[in-house]
Write a protein that binds this ligand. Sequence first.
Ligand code: GDP
Length: 528
Amino acid sequence: MSSLLEKEIKRRRTFGIISHPDAGKTTLTEKLLLFGGAIQMAGAVKSRKTDNHAVSDWMAIEKERGISVTTSVMQFNYRDFEVNLLDTPGHKDFSEDTYRVLTAVDSALMVIDSAKGVEAQTEKLMEVCRMRNTPVITFINKLDREGREPLDILSEIEEKLQIECTPLTWPIGMGKGFKGVYNIMRQELNLFTPSKDRRPQDSIMVKDLDDPLLEQMLGSYADRLREDLELLAGAASPFDHKEYLKASQTPVFFGSAVNNFGVKELLDAFVELAPPPGPRATTTRMVSPDEEAFSGFTFKIQANMNPAHRDRIAFFRICSGKFTKGMKVMHHRLGKEVALANATIFMAQDRTNVEEAWPGDIIGIHNHGTIKIGDTFSDKEPLKFTGIPNFAPEHFRRVLIKNPLKIKQLNKGLVQLAEEGAVQLFRPTMGSDYILGAVGVLQFEVTMARLKAEYGVDAVYEPVSYATARWIDCEDRKKLDAFKSKNLAHLALDAEGHLAYLAESEWRLGRVQELFPEIVFRKTREHS
Ligand code: GDP
């Protein structure tokens, strides 16, 4: 193993921020980037969210709804670390996309609004982290506002998210009476001064909590802090790095993103505690990041990154070895060698051509329709990284086009959009309908807008009486054929040609499962 490879892996941190919309993810991202020196100007991330994307119709939907549909990747440097921050769509209708993004991270940061506590989307996203045992650091935000009692929030997190909380900082007061946070690990006090562009001040060392200095600085809040810390010492488990890495414990930080308060403490702890890239599963073996042979997988395809070029970018997570510009790799699904000439790395707002990249880094590869989600590229050995599933859709629509002459474009558009993971496509074995499946209904709207903008197809959709779908499999061909002949009207092929059963209701699905116990009904399907 080369020591350079080892060194580069050790200093990589690749993570995603998860939160319910409005908890402060964008604001926090912006402050993190400020510390990384990646952007100079506060508000830059926000403007990305509202202005630049309006250039395309697809993004117009996003703007109209005030939601973030897209995922971006930002790399920045902090201390000796290279941090890759993967932004995830906060809206629940794009949770499938978020899930795929979370397959490419090594850890997550959870942002919680101190007034709202654990919200619906937080729960869903944490479920994903739990499924994958992703280590999570928690940031409780908006302490400059009146919120819930910190202990209350912690017990809510423990109860609803099934993860043990260990606060590493503790807030002193809140809202108008917010005095600052006490850093339990470092035994330091950070006093709060509201300011949007506050650069971190020196912390004040308070080794002995009985020090009268505490009264001088905090007044009547000093006693409260002592009581709280005593209570915590008895109630909360001490921080255990191993438990955090196993995803059974989450270190908790308090602060105010908009005031840039508590963010530096969070970032420092993050780079110190969060795991560097680790081994990843393939269908044949575990791949360790320090293997010399290059490998990685595509977890997202995004169109319209640059509307002027109508390009599609495949987001690719490097899992092992070193990437060098122009290197040749095997595209195993196609059984072809391809040259990665024009890979891009995303530095905050800019894209720069990448000369070399390391495990944990995300590179963007220009895609002319040959790369699909889940595709593995590697040196020579045929590998296939696992864990990037499609989810059974919960909403279905039939697509109708206004001009039948456009059927070819419609077909092409739908297949490509399905490959990107924007929507799922089903072609019933009987009839010539196109049925779209989605986990969230906004996906239909985005699909129609993009069909028009990118493929020149005017299409509409109408309700169709399906409520759920399962991918079908059976080892016994005869039994599968028998099942197929009896259920023709409910069968469809997805965009990749996999057989699915579409059901009008969960009840109906349950009945069919009872009638055909030898058939396997899958709720998720790995990309092939
Ligand atoms: P996102 O939807 O999670 O990305 O949330 P945003 O970062 O867009 O923040 C939602 C709203 O909360 C915005 O109006 C922010 O200015 C505000 N906000 C973010 N952090 C704080 C904070 O620490 N204190 C207060 N009072 N407001 C905040």
